[in-house]
Design a protein around this ligand. Sequence first.
Ligand code: CP3
Length: 344
Amino acid sequence: MPPAVPAFLDACLRRPTPFTPIWLMRQAGRYMPEYRAVRARLGFLELCKSPEAAAEVTLQPVERLGVDAAILFADILLVLEPLGVGLEFTRADGPRIERPVRSGQAALALPQIIVEDALGCVFDTVARARKALADRVPLIGFAGAPFTLASYLIEGGPSREFLLTKAFMRAEPEAWAAMMSTLADITGAYLNGQIRAGAQAVQLFDSWVGTLSPADYRQYVEPHTRRAIQALRPGVPVIHFGVGTGGLLPLMKAAGGDVIGLDWRVELGPTWARLGHDVAVQGNLDPAVLLASVDAIRHAARAILDGAAGRPGHIFNLGHGIHRETPVEHVKALVDIVHELSSR
Ligand code: CP3
């Protein structure tokens, strides 16, 4: 089978890339002064729902860093707000759900939502960002995968062990399946809305699914993630990402996606070979490396590029989001280093 990525890049960039393309997880954010300037005027949710400002923030990393794609500025949790569970972002602790789902009954009572009504502002951001980009680089949309969304609904915020989520799926298998399939439908419709508005590729974030055993992934997650991906408009590349997923990667590949995200806990070369070169990979620098010297960044970037061995189908990325203490010059240096070292 031909590697997935040349087609992916053709579709995305509509020009051959002379080097390994790079974009970054959470490429806009608090480490950027120009982002903080916008946030001084607007609360986080308010910013996500202000198409003009959100489109501006979407373009900031393209202008400042020279990355090869723009990533929509939004958040995976925005879809939870119309479910009426009370979403807020606090300065100290990040996201909070005021009324978490703690019973089968509550899961079954979640309302149906019409994404065009509930999330139309995000589609407006996509359209504006696409226009402002004028095809300089492609625009990537994104959404949370059903498991990661369900984990926030149940835990009510960030979690280390996901004990409530794991207890829920076992104690209430029917309500779990119903909620996951509702979330899969929402995710599919939400991503299709972004595609219709102009997103040229989409990324599905199953950030916390690495907490599960392979058997649990198969039983409680895979059918729903597959359903969300299969609902997407054909021909639009899908990036499927999670953290700590070393033991789940073949299952995630089977669930779907043209590109599989790798974090730094796995070695890129051998992991890609195991997964098969018929799928593209994205990754996998430890974001903590960006806090070290530029020499250390160069060294680590080279090791990853060596692992990919110049094969088409590798997108350079971080294994997870950029830490807020990261010097923005280090992020810029990484982008330049990857372009330089991979120039062909
Ligand atoms: O990459 C980009 O630049 C696009 C923007 C983007 C944000 N969130 C903006 C954001 C993306 C792609 C996300 C995805 C997201 N959000 C994920 C999946 C990716 C991942 O990191 O695993 C998750 C789990 C969330 C939920 C979320 N949103 C958390 C846990 C937090 C708080 C912790 C943190 O890292 O800041 C957020 C807030 C958030 N989302 C910020 C940004 C820029 C910081 C908010 C602020 O400005 O105060």
